[in-house]
Design a protein around this ligand. Structure first.
Ligand SMILES: [Zn+2]
Ligand SMILES: [Zn+2]
Length: 137
């Protein structure tokens, strides 16, 4: 299987993903927005068994009851999202890949939380909240 690599801005934390992601989304939810201080966050959903940190150990933060987010404690880059409700998968920030063009998003979720001045891509599938398989805020 192909290995896709990525990591944080300061390169203290690096990771690898085996094979293709299960899905690729853009999330407009308020929690992603605050965690990253960005209007949207793009995520790849991958099988947990196909993801590993190859260098460094990120800090974690419980952003809601069932959700843990990991980030580099030195530079602050958001790296992963794990939900207890999706124990077989984990989300990785698409923009932390060495080549974010590898896996373009196919849908936008949580549009009901979209900032008014933030555009959306009409060529993607749109969900007011989470998709059936996707991110849960
Ligand atoms: Zn870093
Ligand atoms: Zn989100």
């Amino acid at each position: 299987m192909q290995l896709t690599e990525g990591g944080c801005l300061c390169r203290a934390v690096r990771y690898g993903i085996l094979g293709d992601p299960l899905s690729s989304i853009v999330c407009h939810c308020a929690t992603c927005r605050r965690a990253s201080a960005a209007p949207t966050v793009a995520w790849l959903t991958v099988d947990r068994g196909h993801f590993h940190f190859s260098c460094g150990s990120p800090r974690s933060f419980q952003s809601s009851r069932d959700v843990v987010r990991r980030f580099c404690e030195i530079c602050g880059t958001q790296l992963t999202y794990e939900s207890a409700r999706s124990s077989n998968t984990l989300d990785v920030t698409t923009a932390s890949l060495d080549d974010p063009d590898l896996h373009p998003p196919t849908m936008e979720v949580w549009l009901e939380n979209k900032i008014a001045w933030q555009g959306s891509n009409e060529s993607l599938d749109h969900y007011r909240r989470d998709s059936s398989e996707g991110h849960e805020g």
